[in-house]
Design a protein around this ligand. Structure first.
Ligand code: SAH
Ligand code: SF4
Ligand code: F3S
Length: 477
């Protein structure tokens, strides 16, 4: 979930992407697919798998939903407003479908999984509802719709990792890519809908992950982000073949090292780490490889132990601080970011103050911050009353956001005057006279174009000043 650095925008439901124009890899049917994604990076990554499956089935992709034969929306359920945004978007598709009744409209992802066939009743224009583990069935489901039926497949799987499917890189800068290393989640954080929408945790074959990283590197990519809801519990055991002794399982620290070995020129990032599972072994592996970026997203959610217990996070304030201390000890330059929820059930003013004091303790480089949104079916919805008034949740959120702005600025100012190693990603958003790229700690750095260097190359940049979100400097190589 690494995105939109140093803004206070939320990372999930605000994100939106489109497919680029791509031609089919199989026999062309001339049919056009449009796919739009919401939610976390896992969803964006899944859309690349969906595109790959349909390109293999003769589709091409389009950036314009008005000319598409199949319109997919890959959805997020994490908070109520994420779902609302999708419903609003579906309304916009309505007029286009009225003009083109043959157009197939599909809902994919977490909302599809949560609402299942109810979606077809609630939103009449939807023809297909497909959960995150059923994407291989898409060509078949589209056929069903072509035959005049509605189609639903929301089966969750204990095995599916799409390991053999080579994702089509959508909206890519050709430099950075995401690799899903696991799916699902076995934690039961009481506020969270993900275990219900994504199913049981399973880890993808480590060899297919390394191969994907190698293929990306060969294609010119220079940064991969390994994705999972809880990467520290990654564990892959190769199925034993007859007559052979079974191989020992590969854990996350070992996987990180395997990917880092692809090339010292390939940067490796990962997200998300769970405070209960992040090990010193992972931290030592990060310290050992220069190309594993010194940046950890370690969601705290709350700084108070009683609230953490109600959240079922299975760590307390002291444990979290101990993990932060370990990071600072083993990787002194490491950037740390977090997620915070304000106004969780029964949270008192004093407990909220403990979240603020935790923020003071860590001084996060960056944070995603949310007001608690009750999700149907979760443990919290069943067990606890959503009793913090909306205005109190929002006021606490504002306090958290303001504090984070101070800390983000503090972290940025600490970089000023220092030389940063930056991977050039391309031209800056504002001007083609400037390049942009990130430093090790994932902070965006902007600097004047130097013809000797191209996107995909590393440069050393002296940070001369900063805005609230960006370092500004010049190349000193
Ligand atoms: N697997 C990651 C989080 C995935 S969801 C982890 O365990 O850290 C991303 C973030 O959304 C969470 O960290 C949490 O801060 C927020 N979130 C999840 N459910 C929420 C809810 N019901 N209300 C508000 N924020 C929520
Ligand atoms: Fe949700 Fe918790 Fe799993 Fe993260 S670890 S996806 S917050 S249940
Ligand atoms: Fe949203 Fe599903 Fe991701 S609920 S945050 S898209 S796993």
């Amino acid at each position: 979930m690494i995105e939109l650095q140093h803004t206070t925008k939320t990372h999930d439901e605000s994100r939106q992407g489109e497919a680029l124009d791509m031609l089919p890899t199989g026999k062309s049917t001339g049919r056009k697919l449009y796919i739009e994604s919401y939610g976390c990076q896992m969803n964006f990554s899944d859309s690349e798998i969906v595109a790959s499956i349909l390109l293999d089935n003769g589709f091409e992709t389009t950036k314009d939903y008005k000319e598409a034969d199949v319109v997919f929306i890959n959805t997020c359920s994490i908070r109520e407003n994420a779902e609302q945004r999708v419903r609003n978007r579906l309304k916009e598709f309505e007029s286009v479908k009225a003009k083109n009744p043959g157009m197939v409209v599909g809902v994919l992802g977490c909302m599809a999984e949560r609402l299942k066939s109810k979606f077809l009743e609630e939103e009449k224009l939807v023809d297909v509802v497909v959960g995150p583990d059923a994407y291989r069935d898409l060509p078949n489901l589209i056929d069903k719709v072509d035959d005049g039926n509605k189609a639903v497949n929301v089966l969750l799987s204990r095995e599916e990792t799409y390991a053999d499917i080579s994702p089509v890189r959508l909206n890519s800068n050709g430099i950075s890519a995401f690799i899903s290393i696991m799916r699902g989640c076995d934690n039961m954080c009481s506020f969270c809908v993900v275990p219900f929408t994504r199913g049981r945790e399973r880890s993808r074959d480590c060899h297919s992950i390394v191969k994907e990283a190698q293929d990306l590197f060969n294609a010119g990519y220079r940064e991969v982000t390994l994705l999972g809801q809880n990467v520290d519990s990654y564990k892959y055991t190769k199925p034993a073949t007859e007559g052979e002794t079974p191989a020992p399982p590969v854990n996350f620290a070992q996987l990180l090292a395997m990917v880092a070995e692809v090339s010292p020129e390939l940067r490796v990032r990962f997200s998300t780490s769970h405070p209960k599972d992040i090990t010193d072994e992972v931290l030592h592996t990060m310290a050992r490889y220069e190309n594993i970026c010194k940046y950890i997203h370690l969601p705290v959610q709350s700084g108070n132990s009683r609230v953490l217990e109600l959240m079922n996070r299975t760590y307390d304030r002291e444990w979290y601080m101990d993990r932060v201390n370990a990071i600072r000890r083993i990787i002194p330059t490491c950037g740390i970011s977090t997620d915070v929820i304000t106004g969780f059930c029964t949270e008192t003013e004093e407990e909220h103050q403990e979240t603020l004091s935790m923020m003071d303790y860590v001084k996060y480089d960056f944070a995603y911050m949310f007001a608690y949104s009750e999700r149907p079916g979760t443990l919290a919805a069943k067990r606890y009353e959503d009793d913090v008034p909306e205005d109190v949740k929002k006021r606490r959120l504002t306090e958290v956001v303001n504090k984070q702005q101070e800390h983000s600025l503090y972290r940025l100012q600490n970089f000023v005057g220092n030389v940063q190693k930056v991977l050039i990603e391309g031209f800056s958003k504002r001007s083609d006279q400037d390049y942009c790229g990130r430093n090790d700690q994932n902070t965006m750095v902007v600097f004047p174009v130097d013809e000797r260097f191209k996107p995909g190359q590393y440069v050393h940049v002296l940070a001369e000043r900063c805005t609230s979100a960006t370092l500004i400097g010049r190349i000193v190589d």
